[in-house]
Design a protein around this ligand. Sequence first.
Ligand code: FAD
Length: 512
Amino acid sequence: MEPDYLILGSGLSALTFGALMANSGKTVQILEAHEHPGGYGHTFTMAKKYTFNAQFHYVWDCGEGQTVNRVLKKLGLDREVTFEQYDPNGFDHMRMPNYALDIPSEPKELIQRLSALFPDYGDRISKFVNEVEKTGTGLKKLSPPIKLIELLKHPDEIFCTAQYLHSTLQDVFNKFQLPQAAQTLLALQWLDFLLPPNQLSFYAWVALFRGYQAGAFYPTQHFESVINALVKVIESHGGQVLLNHEVTNFRVTNRTVTGVQAIDLITHQTHEFTGDTVICNIDPKKAAKMIGEEKFSKTVRRKLNYEYSASNFMAYCVVKDLDLRDYGFGKWNLAHSGHQDLNESFSQMYDHHDFSNPSFAITTPTLLTRVSRDCPEDCQIVEFLTVANYDYFNQLRKSDVKAYNQKKQEILDSILDVVEKNYVPNFRKYMVFHITGSPTTNERFCWSPNGNSYGSILTPRNMGLGRLNYETSLKHFYFCNASSGYPGFAPTIWTGTLLYQRLSGDVILGDR
Ligand SMILES: Cc1cc2nc3c(=O)[nH]c(=O)nc-3n(C[C@H](O)[C@H](O)[C@H](O)COP(=O)(O)OP(=O)(O)OC[C@H]3O[C@@H](n4cnc5c(N)ncnc54)[C@H](O)[C@@H]3O)c2cc1C
């Protein structure tokens, strides 16, 4: 029987939408190309004993009454899916030569810590942090569903926010004339955007920075539990998640999407799938190409004309007989930069593929929580993340697999040299397993075009009024992914929920 909703892809926004619809009595069928559900949120096991999440590290908006909590409550999952909080006194430990800053939840404390590091700039620092606060409040009021009364109640914040519509983080650093090292310490979570300050939308930075200040979280049973819980809701209501099914073509009649063709990647047989409404978690630009861009309205075509965000390098590692807590690790991430200037550092790695002085993030999921499946008791998991250029890696992999593997090893070695010099002497001696991922790994396992990490690039152009949303201009067809909402764990849950609200009339996030 034809489902009410045929969903293409099982990324977090799709699973959220599907679970909410299934929970409300609608029939749902999901087609997913990969062997695991969850897209970038999928979990994989290596050597039969080490379990890693593909890309999620830490997340926000999961506290009581916040977006994720509200959605979980609606699905009856809030007791099953719980979260551990990162240290509010320092959830991101920023490190660079001669400087260290632990980012605290409290803006006042942040001002104090920065002013202690840069005593001549206390006034500017305080003005900058207050501006971030104001812009953050304004952004919340301006995010859908917008309430006019809320806008009228906060004219100052709305005005403050509006002036930064076209600003990069660097523009605002310049406006407040912060010293270079302070800029770098504040922007060292740049891996969360894979963009340096001179390209990154100030809005994107504020939303994430304040989101984590309000609470940085990690799921008690790891991210796998979140994905599995959503799949369970769908299946327990009679829905289906068909893995290893890659959508290869769309059926469109009179500007109405009626279904798709998908290949079963195990049997290699092609099947037709139809649905009353089709929800697209596949990258919108890629889907539009498959459908024929000329079928979309001019407005949607303009919005579809986005650049992809940069891609990344990941190293998933396991150490044995080493307690990272003895070396300054804990319920926080560590971000390192060898450079004083992140703009230059980014360009060196991304444009010139030079990783000799890298900037990267270290996450330690097993210090946030432990479940028996993670890895053996005497082991801990460590992950390293930095930027990488898709075109470069794609070319290498196609032309010379050996050189491709060597480049991945070179990046890991460069990172490990920094780790051994600055954080954990003899780290390599304890490393019993590692596997690396490149931009082409993202493309192969998550079907993301150009290995893009965060959907459309998070520049001011893409974070403004021209941003794509769920509207496709075709009938019975909606976009639902990071590029047609916002990237990240909470933002994609928000994206799926917003579409659910729009199509069902139900309200879960009405009074944020
Ligand atoms: C390196 C990295 C680190 C990150 N770290 C964090 C973090 O710490 N915190 C955070 O909040 N967010 C983080 N994110 C962002 C977050 O992972 C994503 O924004 C989010 O998971 C995207 O969800 P989505 O719904 O857009 O779908 P995606 O995850 O993009 O999933 C799309 C799904 O569609 C499937 N698909 C695609 N094409 C087809 C097809 N033709 N047929 C069938 N199926 C198809 C794919 O296989 C995939 O499963 C990170 C991302 C990356 C890359």
